[in-house]
Ligand binder design. Structure first.
Ligand SMILES: *[C@@H]1O[C@H](CO)[C@@H](O)[C@H](O)[C@H]1NC(C)=O
Ligand SMILES: *[C@@H]1O[C@H](CO)[C@@H](O)[C@H](O)[C@H]1NC(C)=O
Ligand SMILES: *[C@@H]1O[C@H](CO)[C@@H](O)[C@H](O)[C@H]1NC(C)=O
Ligand SMILES: *[C@@H]1O[C@H](CO)[C@@H](O)[C@H](O)[C@H]1NC(C)=O
Ligand SMILES: *[C@@H]1O[C@H](CO)[C@@H](O)[C@H](O)[C@H]1NC(C)=O
Ligand SMILES: *[C@@H]1O[C@H](CO)[C@@H](O)[C@H](O)[C@H]1NC(C)=O
Ligand SMILES: *[C@@H]1O[C@H](CO)[C@@H](O)[C@H](O)[C@H]1NC(C)=O
Ligand SMILES: *[C@@H]1O[C@H](CO)[C@@H](O)[C@H](O)[C@H]1NC(C)=O
Ligand SMILES: *[C@@H]1O[C@H](CO)[C@@H](O)[C@H](O)[C@H]1NC(C)=O
Length: 552
């Protein structure tokens, strides 16, 4: 028993003195022609155990390596120095540490290498270093602590990326003076690669290069994302009574070990209904995001499920986060009715518009007739005639007779049947009066100007009446109050030869085409043609009151 205790006591004492690192044969490497200093991988604590001797041997040799400082290979301050290393130096070396009662030894393997062709490093002899993206990272030029110059001045370190200098010009890279390191701000994936550092070491008056190559690995760091509910989001879902629902709550975050859980009616869902077996899951997503979730099945929705909100909670930084979902029975298709109603309303308006478009004239005429008594009497506008009629006088040989239309049919319908009062040039004018002054005066006394047009120029000459027509148009146009009604006795395809004022009126008001013949039937005020004309005529009233304008 006692001896066991003693042994344990010894072990405890010995471990700090000779705790070897994990390697059995530890590997070292150096570029040919460069110096290196190797420490024995047996950790010693000189402060506690200053009383020990260290000896180095070449593999298989019993002769300790010299401590003579001028030798290319020598031991100085416990380190095995090669100044510089040659290819033949590759091989095993042994270090022995001898304390008062104990000793320990370790074998190391030195590899002296050459650079790869055309490169400033050897792809197999690199130090791997890892930085996280989006953070500050650093690249360290390692194992330089023994290469202080003899006068102890910190040497200058030169840096290369893929053997090329200049990468430090990127402002994100900052040289950490004196620390043999480069800081990288806002590390990005592009920063990965082979970085080489090189310094000059002077020993015994001779200069040597000391270089290291680091392979920088950039890890995409997990986004520092606060946990967030993916689902639910305090929402309501409609489910039929008796239907099957999977109740899922999930949280995305940049951390593991969040545990969301369901509660309803201030208790766990499993207590609320023993068939609701809640199950937790966690899965990794790209970019270091973790989704933690919990779900349970409601195999048949019951009435009680509609009564409560189902809360999903999780705790993060000792704070509770909550989101809920509520089940509701489906509403009785109110939405459907609403949509249907909306559609029919739009349809109704549409149909009404079409009907109005088609029957506009009849409606207006009917309105004028039927509503007439209710419209208050308006003040007289001082006009004598309802319309001033302008028509081309035809030559005798022609088939169409604008004279017949203007002097016979027009008065028959508008005057006799509808009660309008017309001024027809060539009927009402008194012989001998100056044409121009009459026209001007009579148009001023009229509410409308009716212009009758016929195809040019075979039968009729508008030119003959040009002055009169122009004058009339001019008046009609400038006194914007007078509307012009164009009546085509025949389809007129080409308006190019018409006076400008006619073209303008045709464009502004359009024209009404006479489709009838000169028979009795065409003399009825209720034909389509005459309805159109009446529609454009002022609302007729007894006396000389102004028309009620329901015109567009
Ligand atoms: C170390 O070596 C010196 C001289 O060689 C010797 O005097 C000393 O006792 C040694 N110490 C130990 C701990 O072996
Ligand atoms: C080390 O020494 C042993 C014995 O002297 C020898 O068998 C072995 O080959 C040597 N190894 C190397 C790598 O030199
Ligand atoms: C070394 O051994 C001697 C006797 O062999 C013993 O008296 C001494 O305590 C030991 N020292 C240590 C540090 O173990
Ligand atoms: C680093 O060097 C190795 C060769 O040792 C090469 O294959 C690799 O492409 C280099 N890395 C980059 C990022 O250029
Ligand atoms: C790092 O990124 C942040 C935000 O993208 C920017 O404000 C900052 O200037 C960057 N730092 C450097 C050294 O480029
Ligand atoms: C150090 O390395 C550089 C670049 O390879 C080279 O130009 C220089 O001559 C070397 N210096 C010594 C002392 O070997
Ligand atoms: C989170 O839960 C919702 C609702 O069940 C589901 O649609 C979605 O796929 C889930 N997301 C993940 C990443 O699991
Ligand atoms: C929920 O129901 C589905 C089938 O709809 C089944 O695959 C799943 O295992 C059930 N989950 C639980 C937790 O009972
Ligand atoms: C959802 O509801 C919970 C509790 O009622 C509340 O704490 C949370 O802030 C709500 N979340 C959102 C996004 O409204």
């Amino acid at each position: 028993m006692t001896s066991t205790f003693l042994l344990i006591g010894h072990l405890i004492l010995l471990i700090p003195l000779f705790s070897a690192e994990e390697c059995i044969v530890c590997d070292y490497f150096v570029l040919v022609g460069e110096p290196t200093a190797i420490s024995c991988p047996v950790i010693t604590l000189p402060a506690l155990h200053s009383d020990y001797n260290m000896t180095w041997y070449k593999n298989g040799s019993n002769t300790p390596i010299t401590t003579e400082k001028n030798a290319r290979i020598h031991v100085r301050k416990g380190l095995l120095w090669f100044i510089p290393a040659t290819l033949e130096d590759s091989g095993l070396y042994e270090c022995e540490v001898r304390g008062l009662n104990r000793s320990n030894q370790k074998t190391i393997n030195l590899k002296v290498f050459k650079n790869d062709n055309g490169l400033c490093f050897n792809g197999k002899m690199k130090y791997e270093q890892v930085v996280n993206s989006a953070n500050i990272g650093n690249i360290i030029c390692p194992d330089l602590e023994n290469f202080k110059d003899e006068d102890n001045v910190k040497p200058e370190v030169h840096w290369y990326k893929e053997c090329k200098p200049g990468f430090l010009e990127d402002k994100r890279f900052v040289l950490a003076e004196g620390e043999n390191a480069v800081l990288i701000h806002n590390v990005s994936v592009q920063d990965k690669g082979n970085y080489t550092c090189r310094m000059v070491y002077t020993y015994m008056g001779k200069q040597y290069n000391v270089s290291r190559t680091m392979s920088l690995v950039v890890k995409e760091s997990p986004l520092q994302m606060r946990p967030e509910f993916i689902y639910p989001k305090n929402n309501t879902i409609e489910v039929e009574l008796g239907s099957h629902v999977v109740m899922e709550c999930n949280v995305s975050s940049g951390i593991n070990s969040l545990i969301p859980y369901w509660e309803v009616n201030d208790g766990y869902v499993d207590d609320f209904d023993s068939t609701y077996r809640e199950q937790f899951y966690e899965k990794g997503m790209p970019h270091g995001i973790t989704v933690a979730g919990t779900k349970f099945n409601i195999s048949k929705v019951k009435v009680k499920d509609y009564a409560y909100k189902f809360f999903c909670h999780f705790i993060y930084e000792s704070q509770q986060f909550t989101s809920y979902i509520k089940l509701e029975p489906p509403a009785q298709n109110i939405q459907g009715y609403l949509i249907g109603g909306g559609v029919s309303l739009v349809f109704l308006v549409f149909v009404t518009l079409i009907i109005y478009k088609i029957f506009k004239i009849d409606i207006v005429l009917w309105y004028r007739n039927s509503c007439h008594p209710f419209l208050g009497e308006k003040a007289s506008d001082g006009k004598i005639y309802d319309a001033y009629v302008l028509y081309p006088k035809n030559r005798e040989s022609c088939l169409y007779s604008s004279d017949i239309f203007a002097l016979k049919i027009l008065p028959e319908v508008l005057e006799r049947q509808c009660g309008y009062n017309l001024f027809i040039f060539g009927r009402n004018d008194l012989p001998g009066e100056a044409v121009i002054s009459i026209a001007d005066e009579k148009i001023r006394q009229s509410r409308r100007v009716i212009v009758i047009l016929v195809p040019e120029p075979s039968c009729y000459s508008i030119l003959e009446d040009a002055s009169e027509k122009h004058l009339a148009m001019y008046n009609a146009l400038i006194q914007d109050g007078i509307k012009v009604i164009l009546i085509e006795l025949e389809k007129i395809h080409d308006y190019t030869n018409m006076p400008e004022s006619i073209k303008y009126i045709k464009q502004k008001y359009g024209a009404i085409r006479w489709k009838g013949d000169f028979s009795e039937r065409s003399h009825s005020a209720s034909t389509r043609f005459w309805k159109k004309v009446r529609y454009h005529m002022p609302s007729r009233k007894r006396g000389s009151s102004s028309g009620f304008h329901l015109l567009p």
